[in-house]
Write a protein that binds this ligand. Structure first.
Ligand SMILES: [Fe+2]
Ligand SMILES: [Fe+2]
Length: 347
């Protein structure tokens, strides 16, 4: 299963230990030996995931200033901030593999690493916020819940928290669409239109069909992935169809019907030409998203400089007066322990 060619007896022993750990469903941790291909594959996947989180803030942030009520605005802001947090957990997790956040961002900005194609579609109406929460975050959860059992420890642990937040995202989207669907005729039509536009791109989020997916088989053998693209897509359709009925909305696919024999919903063929075009950079918003991301990065330069200057000052202070710094650290730890006791007392 591992594409390494161990040269020495020691290498062979390490490779065997790695394989045995993965096969036994143990977690691989940053300091453990791992094949270079495994490391590279994880960096690629985690970077793409982190990039998707932060680029994914853009389509919805577009509606924060136009949210129809204070409640909706508070929910949407919380959600968009969660996505920034997801990006940070994932960049940090990727750094444990020996790559830096700067390097990854650089690859995003120069187009050498990708983010999910779904974020290259525009958010035309307020209902798109609902459709994204219900469908896009819903598809993300379907994809990500199995990643909580991914063989790489830091990635698996980051996903546990991310999935909890994603389920809030999915529910707020569903609830928003339900309100629109049960509202005026115009609101219902707006919700339906958003679902019509987001349905097919959401199905594409699971990636190409299994027989065309470049990385799938190896990722599954390494237990980074647990299920194939097509399997997860089917799982998502099976969940979404009854939910669409409860919402009083239809899905834009006349071929959806329950298949008694398979125990799943059948659905129509996906237009993969569209998927590959968007991936190549020809989607409706590719240009806009990456331009905005580069601008945000440039505008944030002063924050990074200030943080680096602060860290340097702290390090200098520690070097000059280690005893005092240690005393400060001990006081901080004490305060933390105190706060924790309070927490526990409340529980
Ligand atoms: Fe997220
Ligand atoms: Fe989300």
């Amino acid at each position: 299963m591992v594409a390494v060619t161990p040269e020495t007896g020691q290498d062979r022993a390490l490779a065997a230990a790695f394989e045995a750990a993965v096969a036994a469903d143990e977690r691989v941790e940053p300091r453990d030996w791992m094949p270079e291909e495994y490391r590279a594959s994880l960096v690629r996947q985690m970077a793409q995931h982190a990039h998707s989180e932060i680029i994914g803030m853009q389509p919805e942030a577009n509606w924060i200033t136009r949210a129809p009520s204070l409640r909706r605005k508070a929910i949407l802001m919380a959600k968009v901030q969660d996505e920034a947090g997801h990006g940070l957990y994932l960049y940090s997790a990727a750094e444990t593999l020996g790559t830096s956040r700067d390097e990854l961002l650089d690859k995003l900005h120069s187009g050498r690493q990708k983010y999910s194609s779904i974020f290259n579609y525009p958010t035309l109406t307020w209902a798109d916020v609902g459709a994204i929460g219900w469908l896009v975050d819903g598809a993300a959860i379907t994809n990500q819940v199995p990643l909580c059992r991914c063989s790489y420890g830091p990635y698996a642990r980051a996903m546990v928290r991310i999935c909890k937040e994603e389920s809030f995202h999915q529910r707020q989207g569903y609830e928003l669409l339900l309100a629109l669907s049960k509202g005026t005729e115009a609101q219902h039509a707006m919700a339906q239109d958003a679902v019509d536009r987001w349905w097919w791109p959401s199905l594409m989020m699971f990636g190409p069909p299994d027989d065309e997916s470049a990385h799938s088989a190896q990722s599954m053998a390494w237990r980074i992935k647990r299920h194939s693209n097509d399997e997860l897509r089917q799982r998502f359709v099976d969940i979404a169809v009854p939910q669409s009925e409860a919402l009083g909305l239809t899905l834009p696919d006349p071929d959806i019907r329950w298949n008694e024999e398979r125990g799943h919903y059948d659905f129509g063929a996906i237009d993969w030409t569209e998927f590959w075009e968007v991936l190549k950079g020809n989607g409706p918003c590719n240009e806009q998203r990456i331009t905005q991301r580069r601008r945000a990065h440039e505008e944030g330069a002063w924050v990074r400089e200030a943080a680096a200057a602060h860290a340097e000052k702290q390090a200098r202070a520690h070097a000059e007066a280690p005893a005092q710094a240690d005393a400060d650290a001990a006081a901080d730890a004490d305060a933390d322990a105190h706060a924790q006791q309070h927490e526990e007392a409340r529980v």
